[in-house]
Design a protein. Structure first.
Length: 374
């Protein structure tokens, strides 16, 4: 009999080569184009990282300034897209809104041949927050926001549109850091989906729409929202520890824990955890961080499972008054850089991605005419 799930979920299977990122590589850890993630979170702004991923090298000062200025000119939304966003229901799931909006943009601003791919990547990076928050504000408080704020950074632009005023530097900087952390992660499910679509020589909007669909699920990007829902359930660390033990006894999955590639820790977690504590203290909330730590301890003690990037990112966003259902879309606003980098890398040395399968269906069967079937 054919082996069931021989390479279950392609775990451990090398499915291609990349110059963009290492994940948990011996002696390297998490790197973008060879730069250590902690050097990037300590020293680079998100736009610097976006430039690195999309253009393959760090910008110098003049290049970064020009890049930021260019992105600011690409934030605006065409009228037809605004009309579409107004028509999408108020109770739609924001990841579906982004998937639809990117797909629609592919109709009104088609990529054409691939000679403008960097410009398309920049356009998507610049206008994803605008799409999301235009829809959100229109349906939550009836405001047709100006999607062209004067904020230099994606993080500042995002929070400004969300709250209707420029953010504090603490909040802007913290969101910026999470964008750096989420920007790229090698052949994760959504990036791989984008590469599969790209491999057919399809356009960038199709690949990104597919990637958004893959990121949406709770086993991938959706984990940060599920983690927040869980953390908020508990009134104390003691209740959290008991509640999570009960969930584990029922074999429930605890979102925000575990990883396909990392085995003992996720390097992004320590950064998010530190920010969560700092922002919680600033907001005068000691409960949610303490509850999160209690859950983290139980998961390690009971299952040797560690918090991944999504777990403490949840409270980081919560402490900035970002509604939970916008958490995964923030991941999109960041990962668009990694996706488009991989789309361009795939195109540079393209080969259709079409693996084989072990057949586990019935043996060859005799044909039965339709009127003779039971
Ligand atoms: N909570 C509880 N148990 C978990 C778990 C979690 N978050 N993650 C893994 N496990 C357990 C599984 O139940 C399984 O146990 P079993 O062998 O007794 O059946 C074992 O650990 C292996 O997990 P599995 O889901 O098969 O590993 P995977 O490599 O296919 O999955 C993830 C990786 C990330 C999908 C998985 O850890 C998960 O579902 N995590 C929660 C979702 C999440 O946070 N996703 C974001 C990832 S960045």
């Amino acid at each position: 009999m054919a082996a069931k799930n021989k390479a279950g979920g392609l775990a451990g299977v090398t499915a291609g080569a990349t110059r963009i990122c290492t994940v948990g590589k011996e002696g390297a850890g998490l790197t973008y184009y060879g730069y250590d993630i902690y050097d990037l979170t300590d020293n680079a702004c998100f736009e610097e990282v976006a430039y690195l991923l999309v253009r393959g090298k760090l910008p110098n000062r003049a290049e970064l300034d020009a890049y930021i200025a260019g992105l600011k000119t690409k934030r605006g939304l065409p009228e037809a897209l605004k009309t579409l966003l107004e028509m999408v229901p108020a109770d739609a799931y924001p990841m579906d809104v982004l998937r639809t909006a990117v797909s629609f943009l592919g109709n009104i601003e088609p990529e054409g041949d691939f000679s403008n791919q960097i410009a398309v990547a920049d356009r998507l990076l610049a206008c994803l927050p605008s799409m999301l928050l235009y829809w959100h504000r229109f349906h939550s408080d009836g405001t047709r926001i100006d999607a062209e704020t004067d904020d230099d950074s994606v993080a500042g632009h995002f929070l400004h549109m969300l709250h209707g005023k420029p953010p504090s530097e603490t909040h802007r900087g913290s969101l910026d850091t999470t964008l750096v952390l989420y920007a790229e992660h090698e052949f994760n499910a959504s990036t791989f989906a984008a590469r599969v679509i790209t491999g057919t020589l399809s356009d960038m909007h199709s690949a990104v729409s597919g990637a958004i669909g893959a990121l949406r699920g709770p086993l991938h990007g959706g984990a940060n929202e599920a983690a927040m829902v869980l953390i908020q359930e508990f009134q104390s660390p003691e209740a959290a520890a008991a509640g999570v033990r009960d969930m584990l006894a029922r074999k429930d999955k605890i979102m925000g824990f575990g990883h396909r590639v990392y085995t003992t820790s996720d390097p992004r977690n320590s950064v998010n955890k530190k920010m969560s504590k700092m922002l919680g203290d600033d907001a005068g909330d000691t409960r949610l961080f303490a509850v999160s730590e209690a859950i983290e301890k139980v998961m390690w003690d009971e299952k040797k499972l560690f918090a991944n990037a999504d777990f403490f990112a949840a409270t980081v966003y919560h402490f900035m008054d970002i509604p939970t259902y916008l958490f995964t879309p923030i991941f999109v606003c960041s990962r668009i850089t990694g996706w488009t980098a991989h789309i361009m890398e795939q195109r540079a040395d393209n080969k259709l991605i079409r693996p084989a399968a072990d057949y586990i269906g019935p043996p060859l069967q005799e044909w039965v005419a339709i009127d003779d079937r039971p």
